[in-house]
Design a protein around this ligand. Structure first.
Ligand code: EPS
Length: 387
């Protein structure tokens, strides 16, 4: 299972191709677009989200509502493109720097300068356009497809915001379906109403000060069979792959599995999850501090992953930088921006985690059709019972 995305934030569209999906998987288009809409919501987003109404159009690999086994191609159009047709023209274009909206002032915290130096581009727009978090719309569309694959085998994924800046939600142990419903109602994707009020107020204050703020998001995957990923090779460890995927989300700087960095402060006896057995559950753990992983493999408990997002670097409060034309210092001008995209990032994280789980799921139970996968899974579940 693999995918690629292409497309610029102010170009005509985002494009994704997913290769390796089985045939006979029913695709619910409404559900797919619901996931895209979830990503667009959230307190703290800027004006761009009022322009876009993301919809995934499937342009390959699906017929009469079901996958055929061929690569699934999909696009998400950028409504904003109509304002950028000249600037983003694919043909050679005449015009001044201003008309082409050439960027020569790299913004601290963005890909601008590194990308310009690396690709030898004197118009940093060529970097900015692709490094934009707009790309996460394509990743959510891709993740939403494989979420449906996982759902068909009883695997569910939910996310929640844990903290925004200094405001942290109280720990909760809410059943997954309820958590999904509660966070869906919340403009900051937290289950606790008092925290929600504090977070929205906090974001407003940060915005009024011309600043931005990051936070921590959590994703939980329930219904995962034991044995996805493997201890036998470094690049088959699923926790490692998930961590890589999480840190690949725009503006993410870290990932932890289960109690994560807190494990440093605790003793072994306080960390490891004791092994239990019962007739109806088989082997299970008395706790889930390790977030569903031992030895790079799922242990049958829920996967619990957290990611940390830095504050968005486009600020109304300018930071110092250097112009690539003059090599003189300047302070950045005001630009359209989100002040906080942590709630959206929570949705993105669900989808990139879904992708890694689906990939490992197909590596283990892979078949060319849904029926073949189901047989493989059932076979394995029977093997586990006999063990
Ligand atoms: C982004 C900057 C903003 C955000 C964008 C990510 O866009 P613009 O430059 O058009 O104002 O709105 O996010 C999205 C478009 C999206 O769909 O999430 C950036 O620089 O990363």
């Amino acid at each position: 299972l693999r995918y690629l995305t292409a497309g610029e934030t102010h170009g005509p569209q985002l494009t994704a191709i997913i290769e390796g999906l089985p045939s006979n998987m029913r695709l619910d288009f409404e559900e797919l677009n619901f996931q895209l809409q979830r990503r667009q919501k959230g307190h703290g987003r800027g004006r761009r989200m009022q322009i876009e109404q993301d919809v995934a159009e499937i342009v390959g690999g699906v017929r009469h509502g079901k996958t055929t086994g061929a690569p699934v191609a999909l696009i998400v159009r950028n409504n904003d493109w109509k304002h950028w047709m000249k600037v983003m023209n694919i043909e050679p274009t005449e015009g001044t720097d201003e008309e082409k909206r050439r960027v020569h002032r790299p913004r601290p915290g963005h890909a601008d300068l590194n990308g310009g130096l690396k690709y030898n581009l004197k118009d940093l727009r060529n970097v900015l356009e692709r490094s934009s978090a707009r790309e996460t719309a394509a990743r959510v569309a891709v993740g939403a497809v494989v979420m449906q694959l996982l759902a068909a085998f009883g695997i569910k994924i939910a996310g929640q915001v844990i903290s925004i800046g200094e405001i942290t939600a109280p720990p909760n142990d809410i059943p997954l379906d309820e958590l999904m419903a509660l966070t869906e109602e919340s403009p900051v994707r937290v289950a606790d109403k008092a925290t929600e009020a504090k977070m929205t107020e906090y974001i407003d204050k940060i915005k009024a000060e011309g600043d931005s703020i990051g936070g921590i998001v959590e994703c939980i995957v329930e219904g995962v069979p034991v044995g996805l990923g493997s201890h036998v090779q470094w690049d088959r460890k699923l926790d490692g792959r998930i961590a890589g995927a999480v840190v690949s989300i725009n503006a993410f700087k870290g990932c932890e599995i289960g109690i994560g960095f807190n494990a440093a402060k605790l003793r072994g006896s306080q960390v490891h999850d004791e092994i239990m057995y019962s007739e109806e559950r088989g082997y299970y753990r008395a706790s889930n501090r390790l977030g569903g992983f031992e030895g790079g493999m799922t242990n049958g408990e829920s996967i619990v992953v957290r990611g940390v997002m830095k504050p968005i670097p486009t600020l109304y409060k300018p930071l110092r930088s250097v112009d690539i034309d003059t090599r003189e210092p300047f302070t950045a001008q005001v630009e359209r921006s989100d002040s906080c995209a942590v709630p959206s990032a929570s949705v993105v994280m669900e989808h990139v985690v879904a992708w890694e789980v689906a990939k490992a799921f197909l590596e283990k139970f892979g078949g060319d059709s849904m029926e073949e996968i189901r047989d493989n899974l059932n076979n394995y579940l029977e093997q586990l019972e006999r063990y």
